[in-house]
Design a protein around this ligand. Structure first.
Ligand code: SAM
Ligand code: SF4
Length: 336
């Protein structure tokens, strides 16, 4: 059984703050590179190269790291991947994270294929909100994008999650010429459903070095939505999404300008990938090998010092972080 870990993060100010004054309170923790879908914008048909089992952080190691990050002020941990629900033991791991001494909020990003069968256990483990990736409401188009079957299970879980009273955000990667004719359909979904639908700009993380076509920008998405709907800005949003409400709709809509990178000044995220490498920016390279530190017997104080030094070198924004790096890594390897 996984046990909560104590952390001793007295050596650095909490929360961790980067040179731009951004407080890093949100950790995205990838638990696998593997996935049961093959979304075209995320990975090639053959999938991503499998990380050697020995290189994947064990749940015990991840739990220790999470305890250290929580001691440094992280309040929110999002479990991501690849598809997190394909990893055995994931529910117990999430329960152990929720039970850490600082009681972080533990969240899940999933493609939904396996969600229904795990939902009761996840709720028992403390899950209150889900981010679900759903790129089309048309079964044939969904299959074209994901290159797999399973649309019905994913569409069904939207209703199941809401019926359980969980918060739901539906993430749609907006793809020109592929699903952009469905933008309005997604917005109409929020008439009845108290969910937030967010359109994400495609980013150059498809796992191949092939040409990356200019994405449908957030501004263009909003122009197109405004032609049909009266969008009213939700004033109190912070973070990476711009949110809107529509009179008479139970849910909300938003855009995430991940490619434009207009939100970097508010970015409070750290990422640890399946191998235990820390990224301080989605667009940058890994900046610290936490696996190596953990496996070479370093103390929590050593980890804290190394994390602090990495954060002190954090780039000012995603454009600066991307300088000199080649796009092409799969989002499933970075952890979304
Ligand atoms: N498998 C889970 C899922 O799809 O929700 C979690 C991992 S997935 C890598 C996390 C998020 O990254 C999803 O919302 C997915 O749509 C998004 N994503 C993947 N590749 C992307 C890309 N090239 N551009 C923008 N978003 C991407
Ligand atoms: Fe899998 Fe998520 Fe990537 Fe799609 S976006 S291939 S579901 S990891």
């Amino acid at each position: 059984m996984l046990r909560p870990v104590a952390s001793h993060a007295a050596a650095l100010p909490s929360p961790l703050t980067d040179p731009q004054g951004r407080r890093l309170e949100y950790l995205r923790l990838a638990v696998t590179d593997l996935c049961n879908l093959r979304c075209r914008y995320c990975m090639p048909e053959e999938g991503v190269r499998r990380v050697d089992h020995a290189d994947v952080l064990s749940f015990e190691e991840s739990l220790r790291l999470a305890g250290v990050f929580c001691g440094l002020g992280v309040r929110k941990i999002r479990i991501t991947g690849g598809e997190p629900l394909v990893r055995r033991g994931i529910v117990d791991f999430m329960a152990a994270l929720s039970a850490l001494p600082t009681k972080p909020e533990v969240l899940l990003t999933t493609n939904g294929l396996l969600l229904e069968q795990h939902l009761d256990d996840l709720v028992a483990a403390g899950l209150k909100r889900v981010n679900l990736s759903l790129d089309s409401l048309d079964p044939d188009n969904w299959r074209r994008i994901t290159r797999r079957d399973g649309f019905d299970a994913v569409r069904r879980v939207v209703d199941t999650v809401l019926a359980r009273g969980l918060g739901l955000k539906i993430n749609v990667v907006a793809l020109r010429g592929i699903n952009d004719h469905e933008l309005g359909d997604f917005v109409r979904l929020t008439r009845q459903l108290p969910a937030t639908v967010r359109f994400i700009e495609a980013m150059p993380f498809s796992g191949s070095s092939g040409e990356f076509h200019a994405p449908l920008a957030g501004a263009e998405i909003l122009d197109r939505l405004r032609a049909e709907f009266d969008l009213e800005t939700v004033a109190d949003t912070r973070g990476v999404d711009r949110l809107f409400r529509i009179d008479g709709h139970a849910g909300r809509v938003g855009v995430i300008e991940g490619h434009t990178r207009s939100f970097c000044s508010a970015c409070n995220r750290l990422r640890v990938d399946t191998r235990g490498r820390l990224r301080t920016c989605l667009y940058g390279q890994p900046v610290l090998d936490l696996q190596e530190l953990v496996r070479s017997g370093r103390t929590d104080e050593d980890l804290i010092a190394a994390i602090g030094a990495a954060v002190a070198r954090r780039h000012v924004d995603g454009h600066a972080a991307a300088l000199g790096t080649a796009p092409g890594t799969s989002m499933a390897s970075i952890g979304g």
